[in-house]
Design a protein around this ligand. Structure first.
Ligand code: NCD
Length: 333
């Protein structure tokens, strides 16, 4: 983040380094949006006359449509760019040139998803340097490579906080391909900043080296630990988040077969029975049914997956409004 989120911040680049108070302020802003919009039934005018430009260089169903819905719910105009065979990316145009051209068409805030870790940081820096005399658009990270996915983690935390009425002391297991997951990284930083205890469950090859550094550095922060014994962890968790194998990030390695993964780590109905009925099941989507998550578990009463998706709109409304306000605050007289 370029500034404390309690003040107007122009960019939301990640949750790493934020304090528990910072993360709580972001969650409170999302809860406030949910309340003000009467759970999405009322359109607000916070971004009337502003344009949100969504730049998606990787596939997306939930995140892109959730940002678009959030921008519209705040009365913004929305421009959507998806890199692919019909865009000039296929002709060799760079990210920065793409953004510069879309800004010339009109953009007050960019939302960027990119396969390269650090791409939103690069874009934010470039915009600041190039646009010294006028307010530069804010940048919201919608997922950069294996690095961060801050709005996903915030919607996960918002849903947990609504369900349990707290984050401090909660025991959250994150299970699956942690190494390649930006969702896992942002969640560990955000959850531990708020005092939750996270256990990463995966074979050693899928645990990032130095995983302890994913923990927030605040004195009061929660903990992060590792286990390869799924059954033991399930019995002790308040929430279990399953992650799919990030095949697109395996660099040509075949990775485990769906069957092998399901046998070792899959959340089957039988495994979930050992959690007790109060444990909630989460997933950022897209689900590979029958691999990391059995269908009957995904659709069970314990699943809060669609509540996560619904809360995503309020998180993104709050973050778009914050970054647009930040850009306005940066305006030169
Ligand atoms: C995640 C992502 O793109 O990182 N999905 C999402 O944004 N809802 C997780 C994934 O793709 O596995």
């Amino acid at each position: 983040m370029s500034a404390s989120p309690v003040q107007p911040a122009r960019d939301l680049l990640g949750l790493q380094g934020l304090s528990g108070d910072d993360v709580t302020a972001l969650l409170d802003a999302a809860a406030d949006m949910k309340k003000r919009s009467k759970e999405g039934r009322v359109k607000l005018d916070d971004l009337a006359g502003r344009t949100a430009c969504l730049l998606f260089f990787e596939p997306s169903t939930r995140t892109m449509n959730s940002f678009a819905a959030a921008a519209r719910a705040l009365s913004a105009d929305v421009v959507v760019f998806t890199a692919g065979s019909t865009s000039a990316t296929a002709k060799g145009e760079t990210l920065v040139d793409t953004a510069a051209n879309l800004e010339a068409i009109g953009a007050d805030v960019f939302v960027l998803r990119h396969m390269s870790s650090g791409a939103p940081h690069l874009l934010a820096k470039w915009l600041r340097e190039m646009r010294r005399d006028v307010p530069a658009p804010g940048v919201v990270n919608a997922g950069d490579g294996w690095h961060e996915h801050p709005t996903q983690a915030l919607l996960d935390m918002m849903t947990l906080r609504e369900h349990f009425d707290r984050l401090r002391g909660l025991k959250v297991a994150i299970l699956g391909d942690i190494l390649h997951s930006r969702v896992a990284r942002s969640n560990v930083w955000g959850l531990t900043a708020c005092g939750a205890h996270v256990t990463l469950v995966a074979p050693p090859a899928w645990i990032p080296e130095g995983y302890e550094s994913l923990r927030a550095t605040d004195d009061v922060a929660g903990t992060v630990s590792v286990s390869s014994d799924i059954n033991e962890v399930l019995g002790k968790s308040d929430a279990v988040m399953a992650l799919r194998i990030q095949k697109e990030r395996l660099g040509g390695e075949p990775g485990p077969s769906g069957g092998a993964f399901a046998a070792e780590l899959g959340l089957t109905a039988e495994r979930v029975r050992s959690t007790g009925p109060k444990c909630v099941i989460m997933h950022p989507g897209p689900i590979n049914r029958g691999v990391e998550l059995a269908s009957e578990v995904a659709d069970s009463e314990q699943s809060i997956i669609l509540k996560q998706v619904a809360n995503g709109v309020f998180v993104r409304m709050a973050m778009l409004a914050m970054c647009a306000r930040g850009a306005k605050a940066g305006k030169k007289a």
